[in-house]
Write a protein that binds this ligand. Structure first.
Ligand SMILES: CC(C)(COP(=O)(O)OP(=O)(O)OC[C@H]1O[C@@H](n2cnc3c(N)ncnc32)[C@H](O)[C@@H]1OP(=O)(O)O)[C@@H](O)C(=O)NCCC(=O)NCCS
Length: 272
C-alpha cells in the first residue's frame, strides 16, 4: 500500500487526533466508493488497520477484510465494527402494499411489547421455541441483560407494537466462533408482507460486516414455510436428522440445519 502524499499526511493528522474507532465513525458513509480506509490512513499501523482493511461497498456499507493470517483478530475487529454498524439503526423499511416498519435492536424498555409479541404467537408454534417466552421473567431477563455481541435481537417495530424479530446469536469463543445463528419470528398479524425476508437479509448483511464467516439456522421438519424462505435467501441444507428433537410436549420431530457461507470470491476480488 502506498504511503506518503496527501493520504499519508491526512492519516497522521487523523491518528494524532482520534482513535481508529473514531476515524471509522468519522469516515463512515463519506469515503468515495471503492476507496479503502487503509488507503487514506496508511495500512499496517494501529488497531483494526494492522490486521485488515475497511472498504466502502457499492451498497454504501462498510466491509472489513482481514489480511492473510489475521483471522483471530478479525472477530475482535468485528466486535468493534458492531458498534459502528449499529449506528445505522433505527432504519425504516417499506414492504408490500406500502407496509412500513422501523428496524432496531432490542432495548430494555421493550419488555412489555416483547412479551406481548410472544403471547400473540399461536401455541402450536410456540412449542418449537427453545425458551419459555410466555413467562414474563424470561423476557425481563433478556431485556435487562442485553448483550448485542452475543445475542442481537433485531426488531421490526410498527408504532409501539413489535411485528417481528430476527436474532443473530454468536458464540464468542470456541470452535463455532466464526459461525452465527439466525432465528426469526413474525407476529401472525404481520405475516406475508416480506417482513421475515427483510429481517433475515438485514441479519445476513450485519453478520457479514462484523466478520462472521457462516450463518446457520435451525428448524424442526414441519417449519416448511421458514425452510423455504431461508432457501430463497441462499441457505442450503446441512443436515436433517429424523425424530431428533422433542418439543415442549415431548413429541419428536426432525431436526433441520441450513447454512449460508458469507465470504464470496466476488466481494473479495482485487482486495488481496
Ligand atoms: C416463517 C415466518 C418467519 C415467515 O414470516 P413472513 O414475514 O410471513 O415471511 P415473508 O412474508 O417474508 O415471506 C418470505 C417468503 O416465504 C414464503 N412464504 C411466506 N409465507 C408463506 C406461506 N404461508 N406459505 C408458503 N410460503 C410462504 C414465500 O416464498 C415468501 O416470499 P415471497 O413473499 O417473496 O413469495 C413466519 O411464518 C413465522 O414467524 N413462523 C413461525 C416461526 C418460524 O418458523 N421461524 C423459523 C425458525 S428460525
Amino acid at each position: 500500500m502506498r504511503r506518503g502524499g496527501w493520504s499519508g499526511k491526512l492519516a497522521a493528522v487523523l491518528k494524532s487526533l482520534f482513535s481508529v474507532a473514531q476515524i471509522v465513525n468519522l469516515l463512515y458513509r463519506r469515503l468515495p466508493i471503492g476507496r479503502t480506509l487503509a488507503e487514506l490512513t496508511g495500512s499496517g499501523q494501529g488497531g483494526i488497520l494492522q490486521d485488515g482493511i475497511l472498504r466502502l461497498q457499492q451498497t454504501g456499507r462498510l466491509r472489513y477484510k482481514p489480511c492473510r493470517g489475521a483471522k483471530q483478530t478479525r472477530r475482535e475487529a468485528g466486535t468493534t465494527m458492531l458498534d459502528s454498524i449499529l449506528e445505522q439503526f433505527p432504519k425504516e423499511i417499506s414492504l408490500k402494499d406500502g407496509f412500513k416498519a422501523a428496524l432496531r435492536p432490542l432495548e430494555p424498555s421493550d419488555e412489555k411489547a416483547f412479551h406481548d409479541f410472544f403471547l400473540a404467537v399461536p401455541e402450536q408454534e410456540r412449542m418449537f421455541i427453545k425458551h419459555r417466552v410466555t413467562e414474563p421473567e424470561t423476557i425481563r431477563d433478556w431485556c435487562q441483560n442485553i448483550d448485542l455481541g452475543r445475542n442481537l435481537p433485531l426488531l421490526a417495530v410498527v408504532g409501539d407494537q413489535i411485528a417481528g424479530d430476527a436474532t443473530l446469536h454468536q458464540q464468542l469463543g470456541g470452535w463455532k466462533r466464526h459461525i452465527g445463528r439466525v432465528s426469526v419470528l413474525v407476529h401472525p398479524q404481520f405475516r406475508g408482507r416480506g417482513l421475515a425476508k427483510a429481517l433475515v437479509v438485514e441479519i445476513i448483511e450485519l453478520a457479514r460486516n462484523i466478520g462472521l464467516e457462516k450463518l446457520e439456522a435451525e428448524f424442526i421438519g414441519e417449519q416448511e414455510t421458514a425452510i423455504t424462505m431461508f432457501g430463497l435467501l441462499g441457505f442450503g441444507p446441512l443436515a436433517r436428522l429424523p425424530a431428533y428433537v422433542r418439543d415442549m410436549k415431548a413429541v419428536s420431530h426432525d431436526y433441520v440445519l441450513l447454512g449460508l457461507g458469507l465470504e464470496t470470491d466476488e466481494e473479495y476480488a482485487g482486495m488481496e
